[in-house]
Write a protein that binds this ligand. Structure first.
Ligand SMILES: [Zn+2]
Length: 152
């Protein structure tokens, strides 16, 4: 495995590619793409995504959102809609880490954006539903990139 300092530098460099977003959001995207490159999470098709989300929500004891595949805005791979309580993705498959990202949006306040409340939820869910290593690497890289999280 690559050294954590190298991964941190890579996340910071990748973040610069998302310059139309606020700085913390650039870093969130940078960290996530480094985690996906270093520890690719399993990918699933629409039925697999529905089962993954439904199993995870039953474990978390939260309502199960609908999961759909359709053409979505611009460059996003997936998105979450509070209004429809729905996760949508674009391609024929989606990574389970991306599904955790979107579900985390639905489970925190709508105003949380990609701030601390959302990051904590994402780290927890990724650790629980993808692997301990995914949660640990997200947590570590957020902190090393100057984004605080609280480890429960
Ligand atoms: Zn997001």
């Amino acid at each position: 495995m690559t050294h954590i300092i190298t991964l941190t530098e890579r996340a910071q460099a990748t973040a610069k590619g998302f310059k139309k977003y606020p700085e913390h959001q650039q870093l969130v995207y940078g960290v996530e793409s480094v985690v996906e490159a270093e520890l690719p999470s399993p990918t699933v098709d629409l039925n697999g995504a529905r089962s993954f989300i439904s199993d995870l929500c039953l474990d978390l004891e939260v309502d199960v959102p609908s999961v759909e595949r359709r053409k979505i805005d611009g460059r996003f791979v997936a998105c979450a809609s509070y209004r429809h309580y729905e996760i949508t993705f674009r391609a024929s498959t989606v990574s389970t880490l991306t599904l955790c990202h979107e579900l985390s949006h639905l489970l925190v306040s709508q105003h949380a954006g990609h701030h601390k409340e959302w990051r904590n939820k994402f780290v927890d869910i990724a650790r629980q539903a993808v692997s301990f290593e995914h949660g640990a690497l997200l947590y570590n890289l957020y902190n090393r990139c100057g984004l605080s999280t609280a480890w429960k």
